[in-house]
Ligand binder design. Structure first.
Ligand code: 5CA
Length: 449
């Protein structure tokens, strides 16, 4: 992409309304624009990141055996009357009436609708286990939307729903999502710790929140420091096999949110030097709630004896539009964002230091083609502006690598490559530049871990 033809209205000033660094940087880097309280437009640069996050989630959900579909944002109130949640949900639910005076709502989550899809189509235990998911916009009329898309009113969520014959099988489905989540966050460059959590309006008695530690996080959390070094289940993990040992690795050490903390147990289980009392961002939550929806809504299957029994269910959410600022909270410096390669809007900023110089332009154009042919995602700063402005923009928008091309280097047949994260600069010959980058970028995509 040539920057001269792109839409990247970066801001020089720091917007006053933004209280936390990720919100400030998302506005300054032209990723977002606020349209109303808790409602945001995703500008092209931000949308590229969101799409990368979505891709990783889809790959890991699919790998774990979940099947993608798409449900509407608006839902009929009658479905929610069946489960009893239409009244229980309160003011967070945005209620609307259509022209026929039918009560509708903008979905805050989809347990009811997925249960209705299940009950009209699945009748036998032989069709289980089943896990269906979608990635769709949700609306919760939060009393205090804040921190940009970290807590917004409209937000993009992945929600998966599992159906099983009994509790034992349902816990296996829970484990599959648990392992998929560990891999998902890792691939985005995050360490997300599963913590025992409250179930709130979703219900049930087994739940974990996945938490990224950050000072600006909204939840108080307590956990064992050793969790930060736990191994991530590998790409070839057998999702049809027994995943208990992976889950145990991550749950045997103490970790709980402030709603669930048992201080005596925390202090007894975790040696003092390993106790973390911190703040964190909830980037996902998984629930097992048994027959809470299937029973009132009549979602039953015939078991092996031909008896109709309500299915056991779980639901599994990831907040995509919260993940993007969470990654920034975890990875930035004074100059701007530092994207992990796997979610970066582009992998490389190609910077032409001298736009008036014919040989510089020709060389940059050639490099741009070579880099694109090699499959590297390049944002080519071909604008007619000074070097300082180009460096500032590249640092602000946080592309993981910069290739800096100027007349002085070209005299020696060289370009400079800067690693945004470490600040390391290396002079590389024109012939070797593409390979130099591929060697670094390809493993950092984390596609094969
Ligand atoms: N039905 C269940 C699981 S699918 C559910 O709704 N779970 S949830 O309420 O925990 O939401 C799932 C995830 O959505 C949260 O972990 C969080 O990452 C994200 N989320 C929830 N509310 C917001 C919000 N107001 N703004 C941004 N993200 C949110």
């Amino acid at each position: 992409m040539r920057l001269s033809k792109y839409f990247l209205p970066v801001l020089k000033e720091t917007p006053k309304e933004a209280e936390i660094v990720s919100h400030r940087l998302m506005l300054r880097a032209a990723m977002l624009k606020q349209e109303a309280s808790g409602l945001y437009a995703w500008l092209p640069l931000g949308y590229r990141v969101l799409r990368k996050v979505q891709n990783i989630i889809e790959q890991e959900q699919d790998r774990a055996g979940a099947i993608e579909l798409l449900m509407p944002t608006l839902q009929p109130a009658d479905l929610w009357r069946e489960s009893g949640r239409y009244d229980a949900y309160g003011k967070e639910m945005l209620r609307v009436t259509d022209r026929h005076e039918r009560d509708m709502l903008y979905g805050p989550t989809n347990e009811e609708m997925i249960t209705s899809i299940f009950r009209s189509n699945v009748k036998s235990y032989k069709d289980l286990p089943l896990n269906l998911y979608h990635i769709q916009w949700k609306f919760r009329d939060e009393i205090r939307p804040r921190f940009g898309t970290m807590r917004s009113r409209e937000f993009l969520m992945k929600d998966a729903y599992s159906f099983d014959l009994d509790k034992e099988a349902s816990v296996k489905s829970y484990h599959r999502m648990f392992v998929a989540y560990l891999r998902t966050y890792y691939r985005m460059g995050l360490t997300a710790i599963p913590m025992q959590a409250e179930t709130g309006p979703i219900g049930g008695d087994l739940s974990h929140e996945f938490i990224v530690l950050a000072d600006t996080g909204e939840s108080g959390v307590f956990c064992d420091k050793a969790l930060l070094d736990q191994p991530i289940p590998p790409k070839d993990v057998d999702f049809d096999g027994d995943l208990t040992s992976y889950v145990n690795d991550w749950t045997q050490m103490y970790a709980a949110t402030e709603d669930m903390i048992d201080m005596d147990k925390f202090q007894a289980d975790v040696p003092e030097e390993r106790r973390i009392e911190a703040r964190g961002i909830e980037v996902g939550q998984v629930f097992y709630f048994g027959t809470k929806y299937s029973e009132p809504m009549g979602a039953t299957v015939a078991d092996a004896n031909g008896q109709d029994v309500p299915v056991h269910m779980g639901s599994y959410g990831i907040g995509l539009t919260r993940l993007v600022p969470a990654i920034i909270e975890a990875s930035h410096d004074d100059d701007g964002i530092i994207w992990p390669v796997s979610v970066a809007p582009f992998e490389l900023a190609l910077i032409n230091l001298k736009t008036g110089d014919e040989s510089c332009v020709a060389q940059c154009d050639t490099l741009y083609k070579q880099l694109e042919n090699a499959g590297i995602e390049v944002l080519y700063d071909d604008r007619d502006v000074g070097a300082g402005g180009k460096f500032a923009t590249a640092d602000l928008i946080g592309l993981p690598y910069q290739m800096i091309v100027g007349p002085r280097g070209l005299k020696n047949n060289e370009v400079e490559i800067k690693n945004r994260k470490t600040g390391e600069r290396t002079n590389v010959s024109l012939e070797q530049a593409v390979d130099f980058l591929l060697e670094r970028i390809v493993p950092e995509r984390r596609q094969d871990v």
